[in-house]
Design a protein around this ligand. Structure first.
Ligand code: HPA
Length: 244
């Protein structure tokens, strides 16, 4: 199964790939820059893209999610593994935790969230009983055990619109609703992947306790620093999780 990686905040460089080359993939939604190469052990080509574009220039609410996922499918990708920096609402999932999320709550406001926009594209109501790919989550969990990277199996990802962080009142509300982690990109990425029939997994790396739980004010720099502290583990996991 051809694999695509969506590198989120802090994961900008497809350093697992050898023989890599850059490609521009045209889609009905715009052109996407991707890198294609092979994992160190060989095997099928693997695709890599930066969710936030070169130099982290694109904020979460402006990411061209439809183009990104379309480009994946157009290049023959069947399984997508995404990384995501998240805040935590759950005291059992502190900074440094990696969570294989299995459900989401959607609080986004202004993003195209479907390929099926009526007219020629039709009307489709996709099932979201199991939005994330179970087989890939379970395989990733096994790989984590094998390479000694601790993973939390299952978690509810709350997606906010951003780019601002949340208020403590919002975080309290999200906790009451059953959220575990909070980020700004999970939806519509998983939804669009599902619409295209892709097997999509998200590895959420907790960079901070969310607003009001953390005693400090949140900054993007703090998120980047926490990401930098843990990115080696995430890379080890991804390197092992993508079959050669
Ligand atoms: N909130 C939203 N998105 C985030 C956070 C957060 O606390 N940390 C990293 N991404």
């Amino acid at each position: 199964m051809k694999v695509g990686i969506i590198g989120g905040t802090g994961v900008y460089d497809p350093q697992w790939l050898t023989d890599s080359h850059e490609l521009s993939v045209d889609t009905p939604y715009g052109t996407v820059a991707v890198t294609e190469g092979t994992m160190a052990g060989g095997g099928e080509p693997v695709l890599f893209m930066n969710r936030h574009g070169l130099g982290h220039a694109v904020p979460p609410h402006r990411v061209n999610y439809r183009a990104n996922l379309w480009a994946m499918a157009a290049r023959g990708v069947k399984r997508v593994v995404a990384t995501a920096a998240v805040g935590s609402l759950n005291l059992a999932m502190g900074p440094g935790s990696m969570v294989l999320v299995d459900q989401f709550l959607d609080f986004t406001k202004s993003r195209p969230t479907t390929f099926f926009d009526g007219g020629e594209t039709g009307v489709v109501h996709s099932d979201m009983t199991e939005p994330y790919c179970r087989a890939s989550r379970e395989a990733t969990l096994d790989v984590g055990k094998a390479v000694g990277v601790r993973l939390v199996n299952r978690g509810v990802y709350v997606t906010t619109e951003g780019p601002r962080f949340e208020t403590p009142a919002e975080i309290r509300a999200f906790r009451l609703l059953g959220g575990d982690v909070v980020g700004m990109t999970g939806v519509p990425e998983v939804v669009l992947a599902r619409e295209l029939g892709l097997c999509y997994t998200s590895i959420a790396l907790v960079t901070n306790f969310a607003a009001g739980i953390s005693p400090d004010l949140l900054t993007h720099e703090e998120v980047l620093e926490a990401m930098a502290d843990n990115v080696a583990q995430l890379r080890t996991l991804l390197g092992a999780a993508i079959p050669a």
